[in-house]
Design a protein around this ligand. Structure first.
Ligand SMILES: C[S@@+](CC[C@H](N)C(=O)[O-])C[C@H]1O[C@@H](n2cnc3c(N)ncnc32)[C@H](O)[C@@H]1O
Length: 183
């Protein structure tokens, strides 16, 4: 059994695969000002819960990409069960290789999954290509909770401090509009 198979089993009763709540997902949707004409792409969409929540509340359409067949089948079924099958497309693929349409999306989302696109900064660069010039990104990123991290620990993980997340976002031409912390 590999790690991804173990996830399929252990996440049986989990919809959002992050320490996050539905309430916070809606908080972000409100800040984004999502509306029915918006189209969202979700990299590493898991069980499609972000798209489902936003589809039901705001009427958006979307594309979710995940590597795991089990996750994609579950997400696709969920969309159908919730009457969203016609507006959500779930693609089973390695997001780092998937040729998504460029400049098309209003929002690109990657929550707890930036590792699939090579880390935080490479993810911003890849996701930037998917949105139109006034599009927005939603990034769920781990960070060091202390400003001083011992180097022997820091060098083992490709995590950033919060201040670096802000700096990198600006370097890539984005301003941070809102922050919600995981719980
Ligand atoms: C921590 S989960 C986050 C899921 C979702 N964003 C959420 O918040 O519920 C990370 C997801 O990335 C997927 N994943 C891992 N490697 C991937 C890859 N190369 N391409 C696409 N998805 C990948 C996993 O299958 C898993 O569903």
């Amino acid at each position: 059994m590999n790690f991804l198979e173990l996830k399929d089993i252990s996440e049986h009763f989990i919809e959002l695969i992050n320490p996050f709540s539905t309430k916070k997902a809606f908080e972000i949707g409100d800040v984004l000002g999502l509306k029915p004409s918006d189209c969202v792409i979700d990299f590493g969409c898991g069980y499609g819960e972000w798209l489902r929540l936003w589809g039901e509340r705001y009427g958006i359409s979307g594309v979710g990409i995940d590597l795991r067949q089990h996750a994609c089948e579950r997400a696709q079924k969920k969309m159908g069960d919730h009457g969203l099958g016609g507006q959500m497309q779930i693609i089973c693929a390695d997001a780092s290789r998937y040729a998504f349409p460029e400049g098309k999306f209003d929002v690109a989302c990657c929550v707890g999954a930036s590792f699939i696109l090579g880390g935080f900064q490479p993810s911003i660069r890849a996701m930037k290509k998917s949105i139109h010039p006034s599009g927005k990104l939603v990034m769920g990123e781990v960070y060091w909770r202390k400003s001083q991290v011992p180097s022997e620990i820091a060098e083992k993980e490709n995590f950033h401090r919060e201040v670096d997340i802000l700096k990198i976002s600006r370097e890539e031409g984005f301003e941070i509009e809102y922050v919600v912390r995981a719980s």
